[in-house]
Ligand binder design. Structure first.
Ligand code: SAH
Ligand code: SF4
Length: 358
């Protein structure tokens, strides 16, 4: 029997890539659709469960192909909210996290696009991990399939807001999102799949030019160039002014609003002057503003007080577009935005020394 290294990984392949695979193996072309259906619609974890395939085909596939990419190492359920966090191990033993949340009739899965993140935003736990590697399309889409199997619930929404910067792994993220939205598979509508970026301008322009229909969210998090450079070092490469131009360009090309995420950090970016500046900065961009109360991770930042959050919202009352406050779920299981962090032995020391230097 072939060892797993020589097996073809089927999950993550598009229908046409599956067609190429079955053709190369000398199998009937319709087998590609069957495989697609079993993996993404029926969501079976084993080739052996693909019962419409002849036994000989199943045996052949079990020898030459693999459909499981993730191993669940840990699942934790929140005591207070309908939220669960999943820690997965990848074939090379790297680890990523996904989160399942229920609220307002929505069942949302938050998936990771990279193991770690190179961008090191000052307030984000994932940034502490540094860049480890990009996930493959299969590793991204398999998070959704795994979580749906485990929870026995079909997701209504997917957000690429877990670990990593999706637009530094553009091709894999788009291929995974295509698979999530394919009508013969998981079939989540494109407008219910949100890709969140810290502001990788060339990728935003590409996304706009390609006419992608997935939802775009941009993590803004500051209202002056200086503050943003400090909080999100990527601003040194892609400036705030150019990011806003790119966002405007996207809205013009797509005819869609963009969502701006704004994490509220106490005494850092939550003054009423910030709220006024935010209103001005975004005044001529068709958008929504999503305010995110900061979820504590031990990096020296605090969440704004409830009173300040309300004042900030009131200051935006005259803003012409929707302003919402995201009530993060799963804080008790460290599953809320920005709390995703997988500690590797070599990172413990770094994390400690950084905490001490604050
Ligand atoms: N890298 C992408 C997507 C992952 S981060 C991005 O930055 O957009 C998803 C969101 O979580 C971002 O809006 C980020 O600003 C926010 N975030 C990071 N750390 C957070 C924390 N501790 N509390 C609340 N939100 C946080
Ligand atoms: Fe990376 Fe996003 Fe965290 Fe910044 S906020 S470090 S871009 S995951």
């Amino acid at each position: 029997m072939a060892n797993s290294a020589s097996k073809t990984l089927l999950k993550g392949l598009s229908l046409s890539q599956l067609e190429d695979f079955v053709q190369r193996q000398g199998m009937q072309p319709y087998r590609a659709r069957q495989l697609f259906h079993w993996m993404y619609r029926k969501n079976v974890p084993l080739i052996a469960e693909m019962t419409t395939l002849k036994k000989s085909v199943r045996e052949f596939l079990e020898t030459h192909a693999e459909i499981n990419l993730l191993r669940l190492s840990h699942a934790i359920t929140s005591e207070y909210e309908p939220a669960q966090k999943f820690l997965f191990e990848l074939p090379d033993a790297e680890r990523v996290e996904s989160v399942y949340m229920e609220a307002d009739n929505r069942r949302t899965i938050c998936v990771s696009s990279q193991a770690g993140c190179a961008l090191k935003c000052d307030f984000c736990a994932t940034g502490l991990m540094g860049q480890i590697r990009n996930l493959t399309p299969g590793e991204i889409v398999d998070q959704v399939l795994w979580v749906e199997r485990h929870t026995k619930k079909e997701a209504t929404n997917v957000v690429m807001m877990g670990m990593g910067e999706p637009f530094l792994n553009y091709d894999a993220v788009i291929q995974a999102a295509e698979l999530m939205s394919h009508p013969d598979g998981i079939a989540i509508s494109k407008r219910k799949i949100t890709i969140s970026t810290s502001g990788i301008i060339p990728a935003i322009l590409r996304f706009a030019d390609e006419g992608q229909r997935f939802k775009l969210a941009i993590s803004l998090n500051a209202t002056t160039a200086e503050d943003r450079r400090r909080l999100m070092p990527i601003t040194k490469k892609f400036t705030l002014a150019k990011l806003l131009d790119a966002a405007r360009y996207y809205t013009e090309r797509s005819g869609q609003r963009v969502t701006f995420e704004y994490v509220l950090l106490r005494h850092v970016n939550d003054s009423l002057l910030d709220a006024k500046r935010l209103r001005r900065l975004l005044a001529n961009i068709p958008c929504k503003i999503n305010l995110i109360p900061y979820n504590a991770v031990d990096l020296g930042y605090e969440s704004s007080t409830e009173e300040r959050i309300q004042q900030f919202v009131s200051e935006l009352a005259t803003f012409p577009a929707p302003v919402t406050v995201r009530r993060s779920q799963g804080r008790d299981i460290q599953a809320a935005c920005g709390q995703l962090f997988v500690q590797r032995a070599d990172q413990k020391a770094r994390r400690r020394s950084r905490a001490l230097s604050m």
